[in-house]
Design a protein around this ligand. Structure first.
Ligand code: PMP
Length: 428
């Protein structure tokens, strides 16, 4: 029976593997920005920034099957696929970031970036922001400070992790035009304090838009100020672009471009393979060389001919379909629609983000900013009934996280806003 099948699917999984919804959905297939469940119901997918091109993209399917039938080995050999793909990624990165190391996921990319930065700077200490999520592997987990994603993170912080305040536009200490400079000055003071006690940081890691904090845009001049303070004490700056980079911002290919900065290391993964596992670190040659002699880094499947062929097909489709341009156009329309809901509904308090990475923050009281977490979960359940998949995010679980495939069209964006409007009108 369907319910036995359902129970069997859950029984073999750890309950730590989070599922969307009280009763998890059973998915059958996907197409563009639509997912279809086992009952044949179709949904607009607003949560999947991994399938950046859209689900089941034929270009990716064809590239993968062609390469599987031709060659799939590892990076201890030279082959055309890795050379070409790495060159394309380096061409997309700022000048000077000309060396690419391949892994299989975002967590691995973060671990490798930390390892490289610590080796190159000669210092183990790393500064990260509060409310951050950077992955589940040991290094990435250590710099994950979100009380939701890692409830004991702050009590069990390894000695080498230093935590800086999150510059939150709604909940932080500063607002106004100079907020970024003031937050950066606080960060510089904290960094100087650690340096004074003999632990200057070797690296600073930060998302360029704070994805897991709710799609929070950093205030103007913030990263420039923090990067300067980190570099002044000999540290390197890592931009974690796993969630927000790769065209999703619409106006720019990388999230850090919104802040006008150039990192020393970039981590990327999720959208690179449109669901196929690919991750990478892009950095400067001298940082990539810091690990030591040849043979100090190897990933069995990282940079395989298969993953590189898929990666190239993803970039081809992004260009051919102008998905970054679409992210800007549809993202602006979606943002305007959500902004209209802020004006109209008591719960809706602020729209975060840019391009097709947006967050709608829901609060019970504009004055106390009490997070509307239970309401956010219930609203997501209602939207599921109405054919829209959207999920809560942030440490407080009170932000509707909107990061659809980049192919989202205007009609689906309007449909999504109309459904959110309808649900918010239901008297919360
Ligand atoms: N960095 C950031 C900013 C992320 O959001 C994530 C995943 N959500 C990761 C790293 C880890 O990526 P993965 O799940 O591919 O290991």
């Amino acid at each position: 029976s369907p319910s036995e099948e359902y129970a069997a699917r859950l029984a073999v999984q750890s309950s730590a593997q989070e599922k969307y919804y009280e009763e998890p959905m059973q998915m059958e297939r996907g197409w563009r920005h639509h997912l279809v469940d086992t009952d044949g119901r179709s949904y607009v997918d607003l949560v999947n920034n991994v399938a950046g091109l859209g689900h089941s993209h034929p270009g990716v399917r064809d590239a993968a099957s062609r390469q599987l039938g031709l060659l799939n080995t590892n990076s201890r050999f030279l082959y055309r696929e890795l050379g070409e793909y790495a060159q394309r990624l380096a061409d997309l990165a700022p000048e000077g970031l000309d060396t690419v190391l391949f892994v299989n996921s975002g967590s691995e990319a973060v671990d490798l970036a930390l390892k490289l930065a610590r080796a190159a700077s000669g210092r183990p200490e790393v500064a990260a922001l509060r409310e951050a999520y950077h992955g589940w592997t040991a290094g990435a987990d250590a710099v994950t400070t979100s009380a939701y994603d890692s409830p004991h993170a702050l009590e069990s912080l390894p000695g080498w992790v230093k935590v800086l305040d999150v510059p939150h536009p709604l909940r932080g200490a500063y607002t106004g035009d100079d907020a970024g400079a003031r937050y950066a000055a606080d960060a510089a003071a904290a960094l100087a304090g650690w340096a004074d006690t003999g632990t200057p940081v070797g690296a600073f890691i930060c998302e360029s838009v704070l994805g897991n904090a709710g799609g929070v845009l950093l205030p103007e001049d913030y990263l420039a100020g923090v990067y300067e303070a980190v570099r002044a004490q000999g540290g390197l700056c890592i931009a974690d672009e796993v969630q927000v980079g790769f065209g999703r911002m619409g106006s720019h290919f990388w999230g850090f471009e919104l802040q006008g900065v150039t990192p020393d290391l970039i981590t990327i993964a999720k959208p690179m393979g449109n669901g196929f596992p690919i991750g990478a670190v892009i950095t400067r040659r001298e940082i990539a060389e810091a690990l030591g002699r040849e043979g100090m880094f190897f990933s069995s499947a990282g940079g395989s001919p298969l993953s590189c062929a898929v990666g190239q097909a993803v970039l081809d489709a992004m260009e051919a379909e102008d998905l970054q341009g679409n992210a800007q156009r549809v993202g602006e329309r979606l943002r305007a629609g959500l902004q209209g809901l802020v004006a109209k509904h008591r719960l809706a308090s602020m729209v975060h983000g840019a391009g097709l990475y947006l967050g709608l923050e829901l609060v019970r009281d504009e004055r106390t900013l009490e997070p509307a977490a239970a309401e956010t979960a219930a609203i997501c359940e209602r939207l599921r009934e109405l054919g829209v998949i959207v999920q809560p995010t942030s440490e407080r679980q009170n932000v509707l996280k909107i990061k659809p495939p980049l192919c989202l069209d205007e009609a689906s964006a309007d449909f999504a806003v109309a459904q959110i409007d309808r649900v918010l009108s239901e008297g919360w």
